[in-house]
Design a protein around this ligand. Structure first.
Ligand code: ADP
Length: 505
């Protein structure tokens, strides 16, 4: 995997949020565990729970007793040697004895540690409360306190008996006095809670800051880029390379800008062509109009004074008006097509009949222009298409008139019409050996008003309408039109038309 792929920049936003949530919980927990394990040994003594410090009943005192009895029991069942156990127990019981407690610890029926004899301890315990040393007891009452605790580690049985007659239990109001549970617990627990909360809050703030920075930075770049584009700077490319969601959005955004730029450039080219076309059409209309005007004046002023001259003048006037009519016709068609105002009158037509007709007409016309013409038909005999034959003839005529217009001056013109049917369509090909067109412009020739450089085509004729009309008519039929060829090697126009769908299909 490449370094780029592994980069944290590519992390998905979902993953990023999950990580930040997990880290946001884990980090404070780890910090707190580390913190508490460092201070663990000090905790119990800091909170005063390590050992019994008073003979007065309170919630804290109960915690102290519970802590002390647990410590003694744990030591009794530990793996330490008996000597070490006794030493440790001495440490635990010393503060208890200082407060007047009497202790007797028995191992398998024999004394392990004793402040005094067993009988004295049990006698004292029984004087405080009725005590059965066979059963665990926890008594904290008016007369003192008694604890009997049995511990068993599988092989050895221990009994711990503790009695103290100096123990006092204050009245209820005092037990809950501030100096007891509330005060002691809350004054210190409050600090602990504050500490935990601060660790969580600080960790969450830091992690959120890092996470939001990694999401915000590219979003800011995106918004900056959007502003640049809105201000017309279509060359602006947002520089953020990542495979995450923002990276994908940035890529789409850059792609969109690119497409927008291309489409604007295209629009400008079309607009330019439209302006040139208006100039061209005005010129194309003016030329025949001037000649009509001239010849009409000639007739009016009697310059055409012989029937032959008059015949010639009228013929020229007629040809000029035909040219103007053709041009206006083309313009009308293209504007109606672009406005969607044309409805086809389609009928089922056998493609062979249609093509044979076309070929017949073309052969005659092309002979007049001294062009070679070849016709090859490989269509199925029963192949039918839905055609508005008149309009489709116009498509063929427009293509052929281009082949005549853009023929090479130094080579005999040649046009080949071929057709081949496939299962669902027929492909009609019209290939010439004219000047051809640059590869990159092959798709543009079907746009309205597109004309190749007149200097290159060496003809000022044409308005950039013919192939656009052809494309729109073909597309209205549900067909497709495209071009192939190389500059200087001729142009081939291909038309694919769908087969007529039979009712039972
Ligand atoms: P025009 O009226 O300019 O011929 P078209 O829409 O028919 O308009 O064609 C558009 C452009 O395509 C032409 O201006 C020309 O540059 C190019 N073109 C069309 N047919 C041919 C061809 N057979 N050979 C070379 N170039 C062609």
């Amino acid at each position: 995997m490449s370094r780029k792929k592994r980069s944290s920049k590519n992390l998905k936003i979902g993953t990023r949020i999950t990580i930040s949530a997990v880290v946001g919980i884990l980090v404070p927990v780890i910090i707190l565990i580390a913190f508490s394990s460092v201070f663990q040994s000090f905790m119990a003594s800091y909170f005063g729970f390590a050992t019994v410090t008073t003979n007065e009943y309170s919630a804290v005192n109960q915690l102290q007793w519970s802590q002390t009895i647990t410590s003694i029991s744990n030591e009794l069942v530990s793996d330490s040697s008996e000597e070490a156990k006794v030493k440790k127990i001495n440490e635990f019981v010393a503060p208890l004895e200082k407060l007047g407690s009497v202790i007797y610890i028995e191992k398998n029926g024999a004394a392990l540690y004793a402040t005094t004899s067993k009988s004295e301890v049990t006698e004292l315990a029984s004087s405080i409360v009725k005590t059965d040393t066979q059963r665990n007891t926890n008594y904290f009452g008016e007369n003192g306190m008694v604890i009997v605790n049995h511990v068993n580690d599988g092989s050895d049985r221990y009994v711990v008996i503790i009695a103290n007659e100096n123990y006092t239990v204050n009245d209820v109001s005092k037990r809950f006095a501030p100096q007891n549970i509330t005060h002691l617990l809350f004054s210190r627990t409050g600090i602990l809670i504050l500490l935990i909360a601060s660790v969580f809050i600080i960790a969450i703030i830091i992690i959120s800051f890092i996470t939001s920075k990694t999401i915000n930075k590219p979003l800011r770049e995106l918004s900056y880029g959007a502003n640049e584009i809105a201000n017309g700077n279509l060359d602006y490319v947002i520089d953020y390379d990542s495979t995450n969601e923002i990276g994908v959005t940035v890529k789409s955004f850059n792609h969109m800008t690119d497409r927008l730029k291309q489409s604007l450039e295209r629009q400008q080219t079309i607009e330019q062509s439209r302006k040139e076309m208006i100039a061209g059409v005005a010129h194309d209309l003016r030329t025949p109009l001037t000649s009509v005007k001239g010849y009409v004046e000639g007739l009016r002023d009697g310059i055409a004074n012989t029937p032959e001259k008059q015949e010639l003048y009228l013929k020229t006037i007629y040809t000029s008006t035909l040219n103007m009519e053709h041009l206006l016709d083309e313009l009308l068609t293209v504007s109606r097509l672009e406005l969607g105002n044309i409805e086809l009158e389609c009928k089922p037509v056998n493609i062979n009949d249609f093509l044979d007709d076309c070929a017949g007409e073309l052969k005659a016309e092309l002979q007049q222009h001294d062009f070679d013409f070849n016709y090859t038909n490989n269509c199925d005999s029963d192949f039918t298409v839905m055609l508005d034959a008149e309009r489709f003839h116009r498509v063929i005529r427009n293509i052929i008139s281009n082949s005549l217009k853009y023929a090479k001056k130094d080579e005999k013109g040649r046009i080949e019409l071929t057709a081949q049917t496939y299962q669902k369509s027929v492909i009609i090909t019209l290939a010439d050996n004219g000047i051809g067109i640059e590869g990159e412009n092959l798709t543009k020739i079907f746009e309205s008003f597109y004309r190749a450089d007149p200097a290159r085509t060496k003809t000022s004729e044409g308005s950039g309408i013919g192939l656009s009309v052809a494309r729109q008519i073909v597309e209205l039929h549900g067909g497709k039109i495209w071009a192939t060829g190389k500059e200087g090697k001729g142009l081939t126009i291909l038309i694919s038309m769908p087969r007529k769908v039979e009712e039972n299909e």
